[in-house]
Design a protein around this ligand. Structure first.
Ligand code: HEC
Length: 269
C-alpha cells in the first residue's frame, strides 16, 4: 500500500477505535456513543444465560441488550464490523443479527459495580462490551462471532468491496471461492491478506510469504487446528480451530485451497 494512503487510513480509523471507554455505534447515519451506565439503564436490558460461553469457556450470565435494538434501521444485505480493543475485527452480515428466532445476538454489558472475572490467562475481563449469542448453533455462529472488549460497531460495505486484493478472480474454482468465504468469517478477524484488512492481531497471510510457501502441508493443517502443535509458547494469541464445529474438514480444505491460490496472486509490494 502507498504510504500516503496508509497514513490516511490510519488517520481515519484511529480516532474511531482508540477512544477510551464507551462503545461507538455507527449504523450508517452518524456515530452514537454509549456508556455502560446508559446501556444498563435501558428498558430492554435482560438477564441472559449463556451455557457455553466462548470467551470464558464455561456457562455465564450477563445483563445484555438485544443488539438489534441498538441498530435501528439495519436491513438485510447490509454488513457489520465489530472492532475490539486488541485489533480483532469480526465481519458479519446483517442477516445474522436480524434473526428473531433461532440464534440471537446480545450486547452483554459489564456493570462496574459487579465486574466480570478476568479471561483465562489474561489480566482483563471480556468487558466492558461483549457480543454473546443465545442458541448460536441454530445459525452456525462460530467462535469468531463472539468479539469481546468491543470498542466499536459499524455498518459499512462488505469486505469484498473494501478490500479488492483479497478477492479471488471470477474464474477461480468453487473450492477457492468457498475457502474465501470461510477465510473472511474466520482468519480475517485477526489476519490481513495481501496487505488489506482492518484486523491487527496476526501477521499478513500472503506478504511477503504465504504460509503454504514455507510450511509443510501437514504442519500447516495441524497448526490451524492447534497452533501449539507447531510453536509452543504461552503467549500465543491464535487459539486455533480444534473441532469440526469451529471449522469442518471441508472448510479447512477450502481455506487451504484459497491460501494456495492467493500465493499465486500476490499484490504488488
Ligand atoms: C484470534 C485471532 C486469530 C485467528 C482467528 C486466526 N489467527 Fe492465525 N495467527 C494469529 C496470531 C496472533 C498469530 C501470530 C502467532 C500467535 O500469536 O499465535 C497467528 C499466526 C498464524 C500463522 C503463522 C504461523 C507461522 O509461524 O508462520 C498462520 C499460518 C496462521 N496464523 C493462519 C491462520 C488461518 C489460516 C486462520 C483461519 C483459519 C487463522 N490463522 C485464524 C491470530 C489468529
Amino acid at each position: 500500500m502507498k504510504p500516503l494512503l496508509a497514513a490516511c487510513l490510519l488517520w481515519l480509523c484511529l480516532p474511531f477505535v482508540a477512544h477510551a471507554g464507551g462503545l461507538r455505534i455507527d449504523a450508517g447515519h452518524g456515530t452514537q456513543r454509549w456508556s455502560g451506565t446508559q446501556l444498563l439503564a435501558r428498558a430492554d436490558v435482560r438477564e441472559v444465560s449463556i451455557p457455553a460461553d466462548v470467551a470464558y469457556g464455561r456457562a455465564m450470565h450477563y445483563r445484555a441488550v438485544p443488539l438489534r435494538a441498538l441498530l435501528p434501521g439495519l436491513a438485510a444485505g447490509e454488513h457489520l464490523q465489530f472492532v475490539a480493543r486488541d485489533g480483532f475485527v469480526a465481519e458479519m452480515p446483517a442477516e445474522a443479527l436480524l434473526n428473531r428466532q433461532g440464534a440471537q445476538a446480545w450486547l452483554a454489558v459489564e456493570d462496574p459495580a459487579r465486574p466480570w472475572p478476568a479471561l483465562v490467562g489474561k489480566a482483563a475481563s471480556a468487558g466492558p462490551f461483549y457480543l454473546v449469542w443465545t442458541n448460536p448453533q441454530a445459525a452456525r455462529i462460530g467462535p469468531e462471532q463472539w468479539p469481546y472488549q468491543l470498542a466499536a460497531i459499524r455498518v459499512l460495505a462488505g469486505a469484498d468491496a473494501r478490500f479488492p486484493a483479497i478477492v479471488p478472480q471470477a474464474g477461480a474454482v468453487a473450492d477457492v471461492r468457498h475457502g474465501f468465504e470461510v477465510f473472511k468469517r474466520t482468519c480475517f478477524a485477526c489476519h490481513t491478506m495481501n496487505g488489506e484488512g482492518d484486523a491487527r492481531l496476526g501477521p499478513d497471510l500472503n506478504l511477503p510469504y504465504n504460509p503454504t510457501e514455507y510450511l509443510r502441508a501437514d504442519l500447516l493443517r495441524g497448526f490451524i487446528r492447534n497452533p501449539q502443535s507447531l510453536h509452543r509458547w504461552p503467549e500465543a494469541k491464535m487459539h486455533g480451530f480444534p473441532t469440526q464445529d469451529s471449522l469442518s474438514d471441508a472448510d479447512l480444505d477450502a481455506v487451504l485451497a484459497y491460501l494456495r491460490y492467493m500465493a499465486k496472486h500476490k499484490a504488488a509490494h
